[in-house]
Each structure stands twice: as structure tokens, then as C-alpha cells.
Design a protein around this ligand. Structure first.
Ligand code: SIN
Ligand code: MN
Length: 266
């Protein structure tokens, strides 16, 4: 691990850190071979782009074992997560966003906590997401764009959006290119101008760890290369959403078992 004191200071200041490809590469590399079958698996955990055929996101990977579980529990990763979260944690959400070549669309500026609070009743933004690059990410294929220092901002008191989710299986407000809690362009333009925007690029295996209240987005993929991100969100056990919260997302979306992970050693 790079110097833990510096990593923690950078995370507290900026709300994210970027670390070079995790070693050994066997921790993350085997997932590439698993992706076709996960994308082909029909079910409520799979979401498409507007064309209805290009896979945009697959949730619920905490329910799979093998290399999925191995990555989420790999000690070089959990040691970092534990350092940054600072308390016992568990895998809250485990998803893959492939952002297909030419067809993968944007994710508007948002804070993950707004969705977690509205949907699941999460009370405090202690969670972080580890975005592990399963492809090389460049400026052209739709990198994550993070606005540094936005994580301590006071979260909005989000209610589930009126009218959305009327259909039991209509989760477009969380997964589409028009998010229910997309932040207004005018206020975030100002934020982007004053604080700058960090575009997270790098070779496969690079990992970005970002705070659940950090403003982030990504543009469409206009290139000929996919931009697959493994997105594993770890939450503090003390902030596990209350059981039985009305409207809480089902198990194919989030993990309701807050059993702590063993903290990794590095
Ligand atoms: C996210 O905000 O969940 C990820 C956005 C992306 O895949 O670029
Ligand atoms: Mn997000």
C-alpha cells in the first residue's frame, strides 16, 4: 500500500484516491472472462441503455461467489477500504457498468448517498465505492469524473421521487441516463469551475476509491473500446440501513447482510 497516512489525508481532503493496478493481477483480471455470462444472464439485476439491447449495468454481484467474491474480499482492497472508512464494513452493493464502445451513455452528476438515503433509508454517508478498472480507461471512453472536496457538503434530505418506481420493477430512476437525483447543471457547473474536475484514467486494474457523498459523473463512450468498471461499495456496519425500510431495494440491488468483512492486511 502507498503511505497510509498520505492516502487517508488525500481521501479526507478530496473525497477520493486513485491507486495503481492492484497486485497480483489475479485479484481482478479473471473477472474479464466472467463478464459475457453475467451480461447474458436475464433478470431484474440487468439494465440496458435506451436502445434496450446494450447492457448498461448489472447489479447484485454480491450474490455470486468465485472471482466476484474474491475481488470484493481481496486483502489489498479491503485493507484500503478499512483504512478509509475507519471502522468495520461490509459489501453493500456490487455492480458492473460496462459502458459499451460507441453505445454506452453518460451518468449525470450525482451523489450516491442521495439514492441510498431515498431508497434504502441509509442515514449517514459513510460508504465508499471502489471502482476497479476492468479495461484501460482513457479520456475517450467515458471515464469517471470526480469533483474534489464535495464530499463533506451537507446531504439533501432526499425522499423517493414522486411517481418513480410505481411499477415494482421500474428502477430507471436509479439506473438510466436521466437520474432522479441528478444534480442541477447550473450549480454543479459552478462547482466544477471552482474546484476542478478530476478525470480518472489509467490502465486496467487501476482503482479509484470515492466517498459516497462525492459529486461524480461520466460522459458517453464515443470510442471503439469498452470501459468496464467493477463498482464495489463498502459501507460501515454501523450505518447499515434499517431492516424493513419501506421501499428498500431488493437483494438483487443491495446486500442486506451487514456481516463485517475481515479487515485485510497489506
Ligand atoms: C456510477 O456513478 O455509479 C458509475 C458511473 C459510471 O459507470 O461511469
Ligand atoms: Mn454513482
Amino acid at each position: 500500500m502507498s503511505d497510509p497516512t498520505q492516502l487517508l489525508a488525500a481521501y479526507r481532503r478530496d473525497g477520493f484516491v486513485v491507486v495503481p493496478p492492484m497486485t497480483p493481477h489475479e485479484i481482478w483480471a479473471p473477472l474479464a472472462g466472467e463478464l459475457p455470462s453475467v451480461f447474458a444472464e436475464a433478470g431484474p439485476q440487468r439494465f440496458f441503455e435506451e436502445d434496450g439491447t446494450t447492457v448498461r449495468a448489472v447489479y447484485g454481484l454480491h450474490r455470486k461467489g468465485g472471482p466476484w467474491r474474491a475481488l470484493a474480499e481481496a486483502s489489498p482492497l479491503t485493507a484500503l477500504d478499512r483504512l478509509l472508512i475507519g471502522e468495520d464494513m461490509y459489501v453493500y452493493q456490487w455492480k458492473v457498468n460496462p459502458k459499451a464502445a460507441r453505445l454506452g451513455d453518460r451518468w449525470q452528476r450525482h451523489r450516491d448517498f442521495d439514492f441510498r438515503q431515498a431508497a434504502d433509508g441509509m442515514r449517514r454517508p459513510a460508504a465508499l465505492t471502489a471502482a476497479v478498472f476492468l479495461d484501460e480507461v482513457t479520456e475517450e471512453n467515458g471515464p469517471l469524473r470526480l469533483i474534489p472536496g464535495t464530499h463533506p457538503d451537507r446531504p439533501a434530505a432526499a425522499e423517493p421521487p414522486g411517481g418513480a418506481g410505481d411499477e415494482e420493477d421500474d428502477w430507471a430512476w436509479i439506473t438510466s441516463n436521466r437520474l432522479a437525483y441528478a444534480l442541477p447543471d447550473d450549480s454543479t457547473e459552478e462547482l466544477a469551475r471552482t474546484r476542478g474536475v478530476y478525470e480518472a484514467t489509467g490502465p486496467a486494474g487501476t482503482t479509484v476509491l470515492f466517498h459516497g457523498n462525492l459529486v461524480h459523473s461520466s460522459g458517453p463512450n464515443r470510442s471503439e473500446r469498452t470501459r468496464t468498471l467493477a463498482l464495489i461499495s463498502y459501507n460501515a456496519v454501523s450505518t447499515a440501513p434499517p431492516a424493513g425500510h419501506p421501499g428498500a431495494r431488493p437483494d438483487f440491488f443491495v446486500n442486506h447482510d451487514a456481516k463485517p468483512l475481515p479487515a485485510g492486511e497489506d
